[in-house]
Design a protein. Structure first.
Length: 456
């Protein structure tokens, strides 16, 4: 049986009256194969994630993002709004998408009786990760075939860092699921020169809107689509209209929330107010390229209310970053190289995050070393395979593959505007896995054909 996904049936195709039952049986058999493969992948993905959550069933400790997310979600679930801890003042520092999702889970726990446990939040992240595996299967299958889809999905299901982040109260699994879902919507069918249907473009925009409310890096992603469509579509007007349709989907959630923030802070505000901190941390004169909670980005705000600090630091951080870049431009190439290093140098950071960034060291040292080695070894090997296969994606006749490679570069490039951290390459791993799987299968097929050709 072919591993290719079936082409859509033609309504005008003539068919003899007698043998109608056989094609109909085959039509029902093909989706069943996909469902069975996806069920197998879902189980493969959930087993390590559920085991890790059971081992790591601990609330976040210390003052960090996970602890703040839990607090914000509790207040949201209680109807208190999106407000600063212990002050009641309006809050917009973190994008609201993940805290609101956790709040919905907590409210459901109140209604259906499972409570507000850390276990349920981490299991939710595990389910998001397993759904991402299914989306990767579908994406690779639409770009290649079921065999490629299953290989990519199987690798992602056990990819160590993707499992480790399940044991955190962090937004990475939710954002990655939404982002890959948007890519799947855009790449579901081959691209022709007439364009993509508008409902599918708007659906992709809605997924990008939800992703942007979780992490704002996808806000300008439609511009990448515009570059491809200007090159590919026969009409530049059509390319522009398609991009505007995607942007319309993105605006569904981002515009109302930006209006809320603007009204709450009495100044023009976007989806969150951490842009200034992130820009300043990565670009002020003294930046190392990594996350750094010291320096002039955080000085001079004593005596201000939390809301005032939030607004002032956001505005000042953007100003400081721009001024320091313009005053010392020659340091930027070396600084960007450092950012890239901190972004990509390892893949075991999920263990550190699971231990509340050093505030809850519960994993025995030897076990931690083994888990870290497994994460980095698989990460480096997969990355090398993806690098080896990148050219084939870039030069493919199927423009969707080049677009997928460009999406990978986009999600890796955005952090370089700010600062580097291994956490930020998490959403890139599913795309890397697809390219690596395609490289392995492509090499295997060429070797197999060569062996058949030399046989007498």
């Amino acid at each position: 049986m072919s591993t290719e996904l079936p082409a859509p049936a033609r309504a005008d195709a003539a068919a003899p009256a007698a043998p109608r039952a056989a094609p109909r049986a085959r039509a029902f058999a093909v989706p069943r194969i996909d469902l069975l493969l996806m069920l197998a992948l879902f189980v493969m993905a959930m087993v390590p994630r559920a085991a890790w959550v059971a081992y790591n069933d601990r609330p976040p400790k210390g003052l960090n993002d996970p602890a703040e997310y839990v607090y914000l979600a509790d207040v949201l679930a209680d109807g208190g709004g999106y407000v600063w801890p212990n002050s009641g003042q309006k809050f917009a520092y973190y994008p609201v998408g993940f805290p609101a999702t956790v709040a919905g889970l907590k409210k459901a726990g109140d209604i259906f009786g499972w409570g507000r446990s850390t276990f349920s939040i981490k299991m939710m992240n595990g389910i998001f990760g397993a759904i991402t595996v299914l989306l990767v299967y579908l994406l690779a299958a639409r770009l290649f075939d079921r065999r490629m889809g299953f290989g990519a999905g199987a690798l992602l299901s056990i990819f160590p860092s993707q499992v480790y982040y399940t044991g955190t109260v962090l937004s990475e699994p939710l954002f990655t699921m939404l982002f890959i879902g948007a890519l799947l919507a855009l790449c579901w069918d081959p691209w022709d020169h007439e364009g993509i249907r508008w409902p599918r473009l708007f659906a992709a925009g809605l997924l990008l809107s939800a992703a942007t409310m979780t992490r704002a890096i996808t806000l300008v992603f439609p511009l990448l689509l515009l570059v491809f469509w200007l090159f590919w579509l026969r009409s530049k007007k059509r390319a522009l209209v398609q991009t505007l349709v995607v942007f319309a989907g993105v605006a569904v959630l981002t515009v109302p929330w930006s209006v809320r923030n603007t009204l709450a802070f009495h100044t023009l505000t976007g989806t969150s107010t951490n842009l200034g901190d992130d820009l300043c941390i990565g670009n002020f004169n003294g930046a190392t390229g990594a996350f750094l909670l010291r320096g002039k980005c955080f000085e001079g705000y004593q005596g201000l209310s939390p809301q005032q600090v939030e607004i002032r630091r956001n505005r000042d951080g953007v100003r400081i970053a721009i001024e320091d870049v313009l005053r010392h431009p020659l340091r930027m190439p070396a600084l960007e190289a450092k950012k890239a290093y901190w972004l990509l140098y390892k893949d075991d950071d999920g263990l550190f995050a699971a231990e509340s960034y050093g505030n809850d060291r519960f994993i025995p040292q030897f076990r931690r070393d083994v888990l870290a080695f497994a994460a980095n070894a698989i990460y480096y090997a997969t990355g090398l395979l993806a690098i080896a296969g990148a050219a084939a994606f870039a030069l493919s006749k199927d423009l969707r593959r080049a677009f997928l490679l460009a999406a990978l570069l986009y999600v890796l490039a955005i952090p370089l505007v700010f600062f580097g951290d291994p956490r930020f390459h998490f959403p890139a791993i599913p795309i890397v896995v697809i390219i690596a799987a395609a490289t392995v299968v492509g090499v295997w097929d060429r070797q197999h054909r060569s062996l058949l050709e030399i046989q007498p």
